[in-house]
Every structure is written in structure tokens, then in C-alpha cells.
Design a protein around this ligand. Sequence first.
Ligand code: ADP
Length: 412
Amino acid sequence: MVILTLNCGSSSIKYSVYDAAAKRFVCKGLVDRVGLNCSTLNHAVDGGVVKLERSCPDHRAAVEMVLEVLCEGKDAVLKDPSHIKGVGHRVVHGGEKFHKSAQITPELLAAVEEVSELAPLHNPPNLSGIRAAQHHLPAMPHVAVFDTAFHQTMPPPSFIYALPYEWYEKYDIRRYGFHGTSHLYVSRRAAVVLGRPLDALKLVTLHIGNGASAAAISEGKSVDTSMGFTPLEGLVMGTRCGSIDPAIPQFVEEHEKVGWEAMDHTLNKRSGLLGITGKFSDRREIQKAAGEGDRRCQLAIDIETRVLRKYVGAYAAAMGGLDAVVFTAGVGENSAMIRERVLSGMEFLGITLDAQRNAKAVGGKSEDVISTGDSTVKALVIPTNEELVIAEDTLAILEGRLDKPGFRYSFE
Ligand code: ADP
């Protein structure tokens, strides 16, 4: 059984083909600059990487290009598109309706459209990608896998804001949380690595990429997370501010005579690490400059890691205990320095980092325990695999297994 996964952004499509029998991805790729004159496709197969250029004015043209590269030429991985048995789509926002992945029907599309207002940058391109894929692959089932679904287990004290309650009732204003497939994946792998049942564990998972979020996971369920109504809240991110005093934007709007749109752009695209350093959002550049003595880059690292530490402590307190802290995504998987800054001096919580193991855990290839053997709370590095969750959810829906009691992923 072969599953195609698609993650459609406004100007890009990430795709992969999963062979369920062999339990492996046979290729992964990315189409960039969709909607512009010269789109590029990078297609990674076992033999290497193929690059193509073509004009893709919209998602429909881009999906057509993907299907061509999958089925034609010397790097084809499929004989023809009919070999694809299902398509799994990443959908950022499922609102309160979707607690798990679901087969795409006209009703589901209408429901996703309804919550698009809550994710105006993400849901519209997700929907346009779904429609494009349905156009080219009308005969097979399509499945929506929501970033928000995993966090739907949060209890009301975690998701209700201290705002007029009728805003929740009228406008669905609440914490939703994002990066759900990543937090789900690494929490389940953590149980395997620790050799303990998931339902006996209290975990803090830290997904630190350009976007970043923390989750408190108790007995396998998300009970709190740092991103909120939108992906702007919480940790310090590459260009997003994370949590700030909500009075600040209005103060600056009045002083600088800027409108709400410009402020929204600043909070999402010109804040976070870029805002603090004034020049970089990429951690590698920040760490290099900090090492060379750049004070603002040093400050950015101090702030980023301090906020991460606060979430570890807060979630341990909120859960009433902690068994492991899990690092994942670009920074979490690669930066021993950031991990060390987050967890050093946490022996009082039971965490003792092993400096050598931490230094070796880079490259995003292996799952590593980076705490000492006698550390009562473990620290782990687990490379995330959101595509695998999308592929396995799609497969489980096609086979009618997702809703069955005791459903488990193959990676658990
Ligand atoms: P996203 O998927 O949110 O775009 P990623 O998970 O790919 O982000 O993470 C991107 C971040 O990871 C960038 O800030 C990048 O600098 C950082 N990163 C990647 N490799 C390293 C490394 N070796 N050391 C430090 N940071 C790294």
C-alpha cells in the first residue's frame, strides 16, 4: 500500500511517498515558489536528488509536477498514479471539531473553511492543495491530518483564556496549540526509548525549529501547550515574538502611527530572535555571531533558553511531576549548546545532563538519551517525523483502524 503525503503552504508543497509494506519513505520532495514564474522541485530518492524547474502558477500545476516526477523518468518511484492508495494532507487548523485525523468529505472541507479565519495564512493554502490533489487523484481517498488535533485533549483550565468567557462562546477564542503531529510522534517514541508504558509517563516535549512550541504530555495526552489561539504565542521563535504583554502592540501603534496589519507583520515576521538580534533568525548564524562576541546574539540565546527553561519548570509543576524532557526539530535535534543551556542546573528537578552524550547527539539521525544513567528525569533527543504520522493516520483511516480501541502506530 502506497500513501502520498502533501503539506501545502502558500508558496510551497512538501511531499513524500510512503510504502506501508516496506515501512519506509521511498522519496521526499519540495516544490518551492508555487505561484511564481519559476517554481523549483527538489526530489530526493535513494539514488540522490533530482532538481526540476517549471512555471507553476498554482497548486494544481504544482501537484501535476509532483505526480510527473513520481511516475515518469529515471527517478520515478511509481508506475502510475493509480498505485497511490490514499493521500494524507497536513491541515494546520481543525478548530474544536477535529480530535483526530479524518477522511476528507465535502462536509469536512466546509468545516475547515469555516475555521480558516483562525489560520488565515495556513488553512487557505492547505485547502487549495487538497482541491488540487483531488482534481488529479479523484479516485482515491484523501485524509486530513490536523496540527491542532493532538491538543484537543487539553482540559478547559489549559485552553480557556482569562478573557470574557463569551469571546470563547461567540468567537471560539481559546488555546488550540499546533505542531500536534510532532508532539504526538516524539512522545510515543520517548516511551519506546525509555522502555516504559506511555500511560505511565509525564513528558515535556520541546519542538524547537523556526516555529517553536512546548507541550506537557501526561499519560500520552496533551494537557497543555505553549502555542495558543494562533502559533504566535509561547516560546521565542525565529521571527515570532511568543508571549508578550498584550498592551505593548497598542502602545507602539499609537506612538509609531502604524496600523494593525503592520503590527501583525512585525509580531510574526520581525520579532523573536530576529527582533532581538536585529539581523538573524537562523540559530546557526546567531550562535556563530554570539561565539564571536556579538552581545545582541548572546542576549537572544539567553532569552530563548530562559523562556524554554520556564516552560519545563511550569509544566513539571502543572503535571505534578516529570519523567523526561524531549528535544526535537531543527534546533532541538542539532544544537547541543541550546539543550545544555535549557537543562543545566536542573538537578533540583532530577535532571542531570551528560555533557558527552549531549555533544554527540547531533545530525537528526538517531534517538539519544542525553542525561546521565542516574538522572531520575531523563533528557532525550528524538528526531521528529511528522510525515510518518500523516502517512500512518491515512493508512489507518483507509483500513478502518484509527477509531478502534487500542489503536497503535507502527512506531510505538
Ligand atoms: P521549520 O520546520 O520550523 O522551518 P526546522 O525544524 O527545520 O524549522 O528548524 C530550523 C532551525 O533549526 C533554524 O533556526 C536552524 O538554524 C536550526 N538548525 C538547523 N541545524 C542546526 C545546527 N546544526 N545547529 C543549530 N541550529 C540548527
